[in-house]
Design a protein around this ligand. Sequence first.
Ligand SMILES: Cc1cc2nc3c(=O)[nH]c(=O)nc-3n(C[C@H](O)[C@H](O)[C@H](O)COP(=O)(O)OP(=O)(O)OC[C@H]3O[C@@H](n4cnc5c(N)ncnc54)[C@H](O)[C@@H]3O)c2cc1C
Ligand code: SF4
Length: 526
Amino acid sequence: MPTDNHYDVIIIGTGAGGGTLAYHLAPSGKRILLLERGGYLPREKDNWDARAVFVESKYRANETWLDKDGNAFHPGIQYYVGGNTKVYGAALLRFRERDFGEIGHPDGVSPAWPLSYADFEPYYTKAERLYHVHGQRGADPTEGFASAPYSYPPVSHEARIQELCDDFRRLGYHPFPLPLGILLDEEGGKARHDSACVRCPAFDGFPCLVNGKADAQVICVDPALEHSNVELLTGAYVERLETSPSGRVVTKVIVKRNAAVEEYSADIVVVACGAINSAALLLRSANEKHPGGLANRSDVVGRHYMRHNCSAFMAISKEPNPTVFQKTLALNDFYFRSGDWEYPLGEIQMLGKTDGEMLKGEAPGWAIWKPEFALDFMAEHSIDFWLQSEDLPHPDNRVTVDPDGHIVLSIRENNLEGHKRLKAKLEAMLTAIGLHDVLMPRSLYLGKNIPIGGTAHQAGTIRFGRDPNTSALDVNCKAHQLDNLYVVDASFFVSIAAVNPSLTIMANALRVGDHLLERLGATGRR
Ligand SMILES: Cc1cc2nc3c(=O)[nH]c(=O)nc-3n(C[C@H](O)[C@H](O)[C@H](O)COP(=O)(O)OP(=O)(O)OC[C@H]3O[C@@H](n4cnc5c(N)ncnc54)[C@H](O)[C@@H]3O)c2cc1C
Ligand code: SF4
């Protein structure tokens, strides 16, 4: 007989994975509890203030983790209803078909997933529709088949980016409109009077003051909560999971809330805390039956951490770049190989427009490098790119929890050669389109690699698979060792490809959601 604290389903974490799952299960009528350690991200002017967001890190979690040598660092992570999607750039791309298979890289192999692109395709289509992805099929030669067109047209380029696009095309490349999850209705390149998004410069890395970004809170959690069978507890930090004496069933979810300890239970418990926190939660939940951490007989929990090899790249031209909404273009011509390199290099995307305040936030480093540059001037003249390449799932790149409960993140970067070559390709392209004629006299390209605190694309720490010796989750993302424990955030990734992770997390949550509806004998959203 259920008690008040017993639910059909508990979902821990409300980001891309947990939020999407909640939305999918909500119409089932099943009693669902969402546990979220954060609160709602405050809606205030600072949402769009570059100094508050990038210099003061106002919305970042106020905690430090340790690297493998015991040095503390401040991770780029946010704890809110909606998770990291509250600040994400909403570039929502599918993995390429080949990304689901084994791909050779100079530093090793990107392993095959236990499922194929065809298994994910229907869910990609649903996730794109749900998250209002604006895009154009057929423009990117590397994209896989799609069972439906995008439901929303691509976000239009402003004049400078259209010029860049035309120049790249003239050189024989295949730039395409970056698929974006955004509540934008345009007319003549401007936001329509009734559009939620106003096409402002604060897209990438900022929260949206007017709820114009298709994030997990706006798109999934808020609509899920309209169902009376769904409850949300904020400020609810899940400390550990306890199991039955056999170790087969999660029987208690131990929560710290308002300085008190509370206990909840559910027929099905879903962990969706993000790849690092989910692994930490399972490791913290070690018990007699699970001495190395919950669901960790394979010893993979916490291992194979991936985060992409990324860099932000700024080309400074003599002419100003007045673009407001810059993140509309991407290019995959070097995704699998280049003419002079047989291995994958990665993806090139535009980045949100650099702001003088953002550069000032990085001033010590920049100033040493070139003190006489006026940072505002640089920002006004910059064209900004995001370069993203695949890193490989090495077992020693891992999350552990030290005896004091601190998260320890050990990484050794790998597979960097492709990324280096991708940068060189972009430099060559910019030079080839004549940008050097308008570049600052010293042909200034500023590339900035992402340090250990760059946890934005964290994935892979509780991988799924068919073999319980090499994976912690089965193909439905249920723990091999437990009957009622699932994981639906980025932890399940086997490899990370070179596209942004969220659409695959969302699509997977819908896929696992269908499995759970079947298991619960319920109908949900289809
Ligand atoms: C600045 C930035 C830009 C990004 N841009 C893009 C982009 O353009 N495209 C893209 O695809 N991805 C982007 N990402 C990455 C994207 O945000 C993540 O991949 C995605 O949000 C991960 O989803 P998740 O469900 O795994 O985890 P999250 O979205 O991180 O959700 C995890 C949730 O669990 C909660 N939680 C954690 N621990 C506990 C606990 N112990 N108890 C209770 N609750 C807990 C957290 O508060 C959070 O709400 C970006 C990320 C950042 C930071
Ligand atoms: S561009 Fe649109 S979605 Fe992004 S912050 Fe501005 S209004 Fe919000």
